[in-house]
Design a protein around this ligand. Sequence first.
Ligand code: DCP
Ligand code: MG
Length: 396
Amino acid sequence: QENKSEVVVFSVPSYACQRRTTLENQNATLTDALSLLAENAELSGEDGRGVAFRRAAAVLKVLPSPVKSASQLAGLPCLGEHSLRVIKDILENGASSEVESTKESEQFKALKVLTGIFGVGAKTADRWIREGIHNLRQLRDSGHTLNRAQQAGLDHFDDIKQPVTKAEAAAIEEIVEKAVASVLPGVRVVLTGGFRRGKLTGHDVDFLITHPEEGREVGLMPKVVSWLEAQGFLLYQKTTRNSYLESKDGPGRPPSNIDRFERCLSIFKLTRMEKPAAEAPGDGAVNGVRADGQRESDELSRSEPAGAAADRRWRAVRVDLVVSPISQFAFALLGWTGSKLFERELRRWAGYEKAMSLSSHALYDNNQRKYLRASSEEDIFAHLGLEYIPPSERNA
Ligand code: DCP
Ligand code: MG
């Protein structure tokens, strides 16, 4: 007989920004499944469904032990009918048929490959798929004119799809520090994004740059970029100017998750840190057949001949640079540390629970009709009536 008293019932607050989500996850099988469905929904333009799956996964991430039966989930927030069905399938049958069929679907696989090209979003990928383009070879053969970002993305596809390590992020941080120090003394550089949350790998490296004297940061980015370019560190860069104006983007406008800081999307040329791949087992390929006997999927999903990357002494890494005036720095830091769901939940909390508008630039109180200033992330959590959550616990 089942001993009911041994069934652990969980209790979790509804907003991810009220919870402490570390990188430890007792329910990775379930959260991986829900994340895959979220990704598929997002790539298919179904953002609402995507968020629902992300929220469900985030609830499971904070549970202190593996879920054994669906009865333990009674009363938990954010677990909709669809997510619950997926969870039950996995608990009862070891897998979810929906997740397995999504994984194998040509549409999903094509969306993944094509949006894996830097500069290619879900809409472009979908248009190409409807023209019969499902992989890199078909894209090349199609004769489509790619924009500069997409061309760079295609050229460096193999490198960019490889996760960036912490050591590589640290090496790039050193380069960026050197760049800013040589164009303007006193500048502060902070590693943000997943690495600030303690992740060991990332899809890119994110930096926030500021100067302790308001206004000194103006015009900084072009100088930093010129320095990096002159030193041969950039394979690609596109800088967009700061377009934030408190008077224009303030309370009159709906809070946007797209910020308006001066920003540089780039691809760095980083000297390789690990041993050349030719010596590393598992990565070297002879005549397209790898040591493990599996055939390389050749030009279908790679951008250069097998083994070519191993001959290079550098690799391409995606890097984002953002410049913020010191008066907005706390908001920018909070906004650029993530996770994406944590950010979304902070803004939802601000709007629904506090009648405030939060962005990466400012916090506006709709009742008091004024901006709330903050010089640290702690200040912002306090304004929002939330317990302070450190970066390492924002991995929702
Ligand atoms: N962000 C944002 N606005 C954007 C892009 C990102 O506010 N237009 C925020 C949310 C992210 C953070 O910046 O958490 C960094 O974005 P990434 O896409 O690099 O996400 P992560 O760094 O969290 O993940 P990864 O480790 O894959 O790089
Ligand atoms: Mg990142």
